[in-house]
Write a protein that binds this ligand. Structure first.
Ligand code: HEM
Ligand code: HEM
Length: 206
C-alpha cells in the first residue's frame, strides 16, 4: 500500500504539536543532565534550560488545547476525551479489544485516523504532558513567591518526578507508532509534521 500524503490537520494543530513535542524532548534530555538546587547547592545552567523550556511547554500545551477545543476540522474532541459519554466509552473499549486481538497475533492493526483507541491515547498523552508542565510551573511560581517549602508544592514536584516515567513511555510509544505507520504505509509523518498548508487528500506522486 502506498503511504497517504493527506495533510488535514490544521496549521495550528501542527504548529502547536511540533513546538510541544520539541519542548518535551528538550525537557527529557535536560532532566538527565540538570542539577536541581537543593540544600544550599545551586542549580546548574541545564536546570535553567529545563525551567524555561518547561514554561514554554506549558504555553504550547495550553495553545494545543485551545486549538483542539475551538477548531472546526480535525479529530473530534469526543474521540480524544471519550470518558464522559457511554457511547464513546463503548466505542473505545470495542476498538481496544480489536487492537488487543490483532496484537496477540503479532500483527499491526490497519491504520485508521478515526480510531477511538488511538485518539483516546493521544488525549491521555496530552493530559499527562499538561499535568507535567502544570506541576513544574506551580513549583516555579511557588519559588518566585517564596512558598517552595509548602507541603502542596513538594507533593506537586513529587508527582512531577513520578509522571516523568509515564512521559518517557508515552513519547517512545507514540513516536514509535508514528514511525511504524510511516514505514509500513499507514500514515506518513507529513500528516503532522508538514510545514505546507493543509490540503484535501493529495494523490501520492507516481
Ligand atoms: C510528547 C510529545 C508529543 C505529544 C504530547 C503529542 C501529542 C499528540 C496528539 C494530542 C495528537 C492527536 C492530535 C489530533 O488528533 O488532533 C498527536 C498526533 C500525532 N503525533 Fe504526536 N505528540 C508528541 C510527539 C510526537 C512525535 C515525536 C511524533 C513523531 C515522531 C509525533 C507524531 C504524531 C503523528 C504522526 C500524529 C498523527 C497521528 C494520526 O493521524 O493518527 N508526535 N500527537
Ligand atoms: C512538559 C513539561 C515537562 C517535562 C516533560 C518535564 C520532565 C522532567 C523530568 C523527566 C524530570 C526528572 C524526574 C526524575 O528523574 O525524578 C523533571 C524534574 C524536574 N522538573 Fe520538569 N518537566 C517539565 C516541566 C517543568 C517545568 C515547567 C518546571 C519548572 C519551571 C520543571 C521543574 C522541574 C524540577 C524542579 C525538577 C526536579 C524535581 C526533583 O528532583 O525534585 N519541570 N522534569
Amino acid at each position: 500500500m502506498k503511504p497517504s500524503t493527506k495533510t488535514d490537520y490544521s496549521a495550528g494543530t501542527r504548529l502547536f504539536h511540533a513546538c510541544l513535542a520539541l519542548a518535551v524532548l528538550s525537557q527529557l534530555v535536560s532532566s538527565q543532565f540538570m542539577q536541581v538546587p537543593r540544600e544550599g547547592r545551586p542549580g546548574n545552567w541545564v536546570f535553567e534550560v529545563h525551567e524555561y523550556s518547561g514554561l514554554f511547554a506549558m504555553t504550547m500545551a495550553l495553545g494545543l488545547w485551545i486549538v483542539v477545543i475551538t477548531r472546526i476540522g480535525g479529530t473530534d474532541m469526543g474521540l480524544l476525551l471519550p470518558w464522559f459519554s457511554a457511547a464513546r466509552r463503548a466505542a473505545f473499549w470495542a476498538d481496544t479489544k480489536r487492537h488487543w486481538k490483532i496484537a496477540r497475533t503479532f500483527r499491526l492493526p490497519t491504520y485508521r485516523q478515526d480510531s477511538p483507541f488511538a485518539a483516546a491515547i493521544h488525549g491521555l498523552g496530552l493530559l499527562l504532558i499538561t499535568a507535567m508542565a502544570a506541576t513544574g510551573t506551580l513549583y516555579w511560581l511557588a519559588g518566585v513567591a517564596g512558598y517552595q517549602d509548602r507541603l502542596a508544592v513538594s507533593l506537586a514536584i513529587d508527582l512531577h518526578g513520578f509522571m516523568a516515567n509515564l512521559v518517557w513511555a508515552y513519547l517512545i510509544g507514540h513516536a514509535g507508532m508514528a514511525l511504524i505507520h510511516h514505514f509500513t504505509g499507514g500514515q506518513t509523518l507529513r500528516v503532522m509534521w508538514s510545514t505546507s498548508p493543509p490540503t484535501s487528500v493529495k494523490e501520492p506522486s507516481k
